[in-house]
Design a protein. Structure first.
Lengths: 104, 391, 164
């Protein structure tokens, strides 16, 4: 039995998730919004691994899911950043409030 | 060693003492070797260019690195006024730790390893990959266009060459069935050195590693004739010394890694791993093999000109990565066969592994040769037609 | 409780949360990116404490070595060259609402953690890396293959989108 209560990990993950959410909601720079999303994904991963360790340590499911999330986050970051660079080329900004071509 | 200390003190203190002691020894080892490499490089390059090389300070100029160090330490420490002070000073601090950390998992003999992680190789690539960050931070913090261009080139190059470097090792990991450094060395005692089993992956690894540590055929990030000194243009004194240190430590480590993974590490040929001679001479054998690779990198530096940026990227993605993928495919076909042989008749394992892998590599070499030949022919025909310019 | 373990937990948790706060509060986007790296490293430390070394190494390899580098690279490529080096990293005018949402969600999440978890007394198998590999190529073979296709698609998509 590990010496740290499961709850501590869950609280750290919750704090990280909420910080990421705040960042994603308030930022105007698209890259900074993406950073907030990455923080949220990391918080979810902490939860998955903590539950794996404390509840089903002999079964690898928790780690498998965490690795899938890491792979998806990497793909998401690559495509997202490529989109921002493409937008920057045409609009000369990555401020999401100025990217409003589809908005009347 | 931990057991020896544990006679005099509680277990945790013994472990702590051993780790601290080992870390200090490792640091001194890496520093002394790094200084020695700079001397070797001066001498060897000098000879190749028909000069004598460093010969003033001490016998054969052996104290030249010390003189260099004193010079670097006493130079003025400049922070450009336009630079972002915090980020600028962060750069050298981020560059050095990865170069030192990776030594922790390097096995010097069957009983001397910092920590024999069961994910040793992954740890090495993970930590070595973070060296890119320091360069990026340095290039951005300097607020200088040459620094920024150099940093961008460095990142593009290092990220690209990390892929073939990792993929070339995957074949080895598949045959060895482990990521632990000690495990890989032990497997080489059983099956034969991986340079015999994976010759093409070995060459790919050498090329990618050379690019990864920015050595000369691939030293575009700091190409003097184009972008002054790349990411460390603005750095002077001790901060420049840190970049210098990190660069040569990476060269040392990559050479040691190549020696460990492909040349049997601390093993002496035909002497069993557990033997007393091997335990005692192991570290020296490893250092000897390491210097073989260091000489090779210096030799390449003395021989080859710098490659062009687009050629560099095209070479990584269009040549090295496909070769690695083909190699992994072949290994996936053969590795189960080898492991079955090793389980059933251990005496036959080494010859079977070496012969089958050599045949596979020969087939692969023929395929690569034919493909390259057809591409070259097509390009020559097009250039002759005048439809595309020569490249 | 082992004081060393508690101390290391507090240290990595502080690095993780501090890095996260730095990301949302830093004045320039580049500084946000650097704090993000700090946070990623803290998360890797948490994985080590949770006895998932493979995941910790993957975290450093993928997040610190690749995603963070990609983000810093994107920041460099999307800066306003003519208007100096500092970048627009201001908050928009809904920061009060956002802070309220985040705080409420945090309170809610913390509230859910106060319960009796069905804890297991086992410890992870010593060859957890090998078991992880077996899980990937056993019960999870289909998602594994789909993720590889997805990564390929992302690779090609990113190149196509970012190309001029």
């Amino acid at each position: 039995m590990p010496s740290i209560p499961l709850q501590w990990y869950l609280i750290v993950a919750a704090a990280l998730f909420c910080i990421g959410l705040y960042g994603a909601l308030v930022r105007r720079n698209a890259v900074a919004i993406l950073m907030g999303v990455e923080l949220m994904l990391n918080a979810v991963n902490i939860n998955l691994v903590a539950f794996w360790r404390y509840i089903t340590p002999t079964n690898m499911n928790g780690q498998v899911f965490a690795i899938f999330i890491i792979a998806l986050a990497a793909a998401e970051a690559a495509v997202g950043l490529a989109l921002f660079i493409a937008i920057y080329r045409t609009r000369d900004t990555v401020n999401v409030e100025e990217i409003n071509l589809l908005k009347f | 060693m931990v057991d020896y200390f544990a006679q005099f003190m509680p277990g945790w203190a013994a472990a702590l003492l051993w780790f601290v002691l080992y870390a200090v020894i490792l640091l001194v080892f890496a520093l002394v070797n790094m200084l020695f490499i700079t001397w070797v490089e001066r001498k060897v390059i000098g000879r190749m260019q028909d000069r004598i090389g460093a010969n003033r300070a001490g016998p054969f100029g052996l104290f030249q690195p010390v003189a260099d160090m004193v010079k670097i330490l006493t130079k003025e420490d400049i922070t450009p006024t336009a630079a972002n002070r915090v980020i600028y000073n962060l750069g050298p601090l981020v560059v050095v730790p990865p170069a030192i950390l990776v030594f922790a998992v390097l096995p010097f003999s069957a009983s001397i390893t910092g920590v024999d992680l069961n994910i040793g190789l992954l740890f090495i690539f993970a930590v070595a990959g973070t060296a890119t960050l320091g360069i990026l931070i340095a290039g951005w913090g300097s607020n200088n266009k040459y620094s920024l261009v150099g940093a961008m080139r460095a990142v593009a190059q290092m990220v690209s060459y990390e892929v073939p470097q990792l993929l070339s090792i995957v074949g080895v990991v598949m045959i060895a069935g482990t990521l632990s450094m000690q495990g890989i060395v032990a497997k080489q005692a059983q099956l034969g050195w991986f340079v015999l089993l994976q010759p093409i992956a070995f060459i790919v690894f050498l090329i990618a590693a050379m690019a990864e540590v920015n050595r000369t055929p691939f030293d575009l990030p700091e190409a003097e004739s184009e972008i002054i000194a790349g990411h460390h243009t603005e750095y002077s004194g001790l901060k420049f010394g840190m970049f210098y240190l990190a660069e040569y430590m990476s060269v040392l480590f990559v050479s040691a890694l190549a020696a460990t993974v492909f040349l049997g590490g601390y093993q002496i040929p035909f002497v069993p791993v557990g033997n007393v001679i091997n335990n005692f001479l192991g570290p020296f054998v490893l250092i000897g093999k390491t210097y073989l690779f260091i000489f090779l990198t210096i030799w390449l530096r003395g021989t080859l000109p710098r490659v062009r940026v687009d050629h560099l990227m095209a070479f990584a993605w269009k040549a090295l990565v496909p070769i690695c993928l083909m190699n992994i495919f072949l290994v996936a076909l053969i590795a189960p066969f080898i492991s079955v042989t090793a389980a059933n008749s251990p005496a036959l394992a080494a010859p079977v592994a070496i012969v089958s892998m050599l045949v596979a590599n020969a087939i692969m070499f023929v395929i690569i040769y034919l493909v390259i030949q057809s591409i070259v022919r097509r390009d020559r025909a097009r250039v002759a037609e005048g439809t595309v310019p020569a490249r | 409780m082992n004081p060393f373990v508690v101390l290391s937990f507090v240290a990595v948790a502080a690095v993780t949360i501090g890095g996260g706060l730095g990301v949302v509060l830093a004045r320039t986007v580049f500084a946000s990116g650097l704090f993000l790296i700090l946070s990623f490293i803290g998360v890797a430390g948490i994985y080590v404490l949770l006895e998932a070394p493979f995941l910790a190494a993957t975290q450093v390899l993928v997040y610190v070595g690749a995603v963070a580098v990609l983000i810093l690279f994107a920041i460099m490529l999307t800066r306003r060259v003519m208007s100096g080096s500092t970048q627009d990293n201001r908050m928009n005018n809904q920061w009060i609402a956002a802070a309220l949402v985040a705080l409420l969600l945090f309170a809610l999440l913390v509230g859910t953690t106060f319960q009796q978890w069905n804890l297991s007394q086992d410890s992870p198998p010593p060859d957890s890396v090998a078991q992880l590999g077996a899980a990937f190529l056993g019960p999870y073979i289909l998602p594994f293959e789909i993720v590889s296709v997805l990564l390929l698609a992302a690779l090609i998509g990113a190149i196509v989108i970012a190309r001029e």
